[in-house]
Design a protein around this ligand. Structure first.
Ligand code: NAD
Ligand code: MG
Length: 390
């Protein structure tokens, strides 16, 4: 039996992970499930999968969680420290599917206990890539990518020599506004930005797809995960979302990973790795698809991609600043305080302001310095947003 813990079990990735576990219950023992405000879902899943522990991130909801689990014998806890304790419970495989930098501390804890970390939470690699990779190496733990593009790269690299890799191309659907004229973007609403043409995901990553901040995070994620030179990382807009990434080699060959836009493929690959097993994923009919199209991203439309290149070159703690500022800018957009284009303007301004202090950005990357920079970048983003607010 594989002992599994799911951080962020109630979200889109968490639910897809449980869907796979539900199909092979005899193979898995669920140690802990964590969630946020959706107590009914968390309690129902904890009961169904006979988890030992259920954790809500919110202390004010602990009583509700306890009530929902009454009589089940399942332990209930709450708060940020409880998330870390959940990740410290012995497990073989931990899904990191909390959204945002909040996923970093429990993810690190899972690695410290030597678990295999299935990483959907790209924000933790963006904010603290070297810390995460070093923690895994030190503890003999493994990180397996779950982001579809990174799973695709990982699969294309099986048996290959990194020395032979010349380029990695990450594809982007282009998000909700890929065909909108530029003039309309400033007035884009939260509802409009929250609908994805191809993927069904949480609201935050869906909006990040419309602004291409998601792709920007993924460029940095690829840099950190595969230790790639930033110049080798390219982005192509691919509206069909069937080719997830391509790896180019020194002999001119390109290995493309093709699959339906269903996260259960990448999650299942990480769950079954190093084996491949049957997954409930549609077999593509490429004749019916007919065409796969690609185009260069419009850099004027997506400043996030330019900022990602700057962050990849600067490294240090600039990833923590980039992510923190982005998360806060997104909060402001979702709250209706700023317009769609203000998000990238805020992130750029925060990066400029905080990068001016080289001592700050180039400090050693520890959990404390990352959380400090994350905090500073959010405060700075609030100040900048105040100026931008409509
Ligand atoms: P979601 O919003 O659907 O779910 C997020 C989960 O995290 C929920 O369980 C929520 O309760 C929990 N959570 C939110 N804030 C928290 C906090 N402060 N502390 C503790 N728990 C918190 O998000 P999602 O779409 O499932 O995405 C999860 C992660 O996976 C993100 O990092 C995202 O970028 C990444 N990812 C998602 C997809 C996708 O298809 N949804 C694809 C690739 C990568
Ligand atoms: Mg992705």
């Amino acid at each position: 039996m594989k002992r599994v813990t799911i951080l962020g079990a109630t979200g889109s990735i968490g639910q897809n992970t449980l869907d796979l576990i539900r199909r092979a219950p005899q193979e898995f023992e669920v140690v802990a499930l964590t969630g946020g405000r959706n107590i009914a879902q968390l309690a129902a899943d904890a009961r169904e999968f006979r988890a030992n522990l259920a954790v809500t991130a919110h202390d004010d909801l602990l009583d509700d969680l306890r009530a929902a689990l009454a009589g089940s014998g399942i332990e209930a806890t709450s708060g940020a420290q409880a998330l870390i304790e959940a990740a410290a419970r012995p497990a073989d495989w931990v899904m990191s599917a909390i959204v945002g930098a909040a996923g970093l501390p429990p993810g690190l804890t899972a690695l410290e206990q030597g678990a295999t970390l299935a990483l959907a939470n790209k924000e933790s690699l963006v904010a603290a890539g070297p810390l995460l990779m070093a923690t895994a190496a030190r503890n003999g733990a493994r990180i397996l990518p779950v982001d579809s593009e990174h799973s695709a790269i990982f699969q294309a690299l099986v048996g290959e020599d990194m020395e032979a890799v010349r380029r990695v191309i990450i594809t982007a659907s282009g998000g909700a506004f890929r065909d909108w004229p530029m003039e309309r973007l400033a007035g884009a609403t939260i509802e409009e930005a929250s609908t994805h043409p191809n993927w069904d995901m949480g609201q935050r990553i869906t909006i990040d797809s419309a602004s291409m901040f998601n792709k920007a995070l993924e460029m940095i994620e690829a840099r950190e995960f595969f230790a790639l030179d930033p110049d080798k990382i390219e982005v192509l807009v691919h509206p069909e979302s069937l080719v997830h990434a391509l790896v180019g080699f020194c002999d001119g060959g390109l290995m493309a990973h093709v699959g339906p836009p269903d996260m259960r493929h990448a999650i299942g690959y990480a769950l079954n790795w190093p084996e491949r097993r049957e997954l409930p994923v549609e077999a593509l009919d490429l004749a019916a698809t007919g065409q796969l199209t690609f185009r260069a991203p419009d850099m004027a439309r997506y400043p996030a991609l330019r900022l990602a290149r700057e962050v990849m070159r600067a490294r240090g703690l600039s990833g923590a600043v980039f992510n923190g500022a982005k998360e806060r800018a997104l909060d402001h957009f979702i709250a209706g305080r700023i317009g769609f284009l203000a998000m990238s303007a805020i992130v750029e301004e925060v990066l400029t302001r905080l990068s001016a202090d080289k001592g700050l950005i180039d400090a050693e990357i520890t959990l404390d310095t990352v959380m400090h920079l994350d905090h500073l970048s959010r405060i700075c983003a609030d100040e900048v947003a105040q100026k931008q607010s409509r």
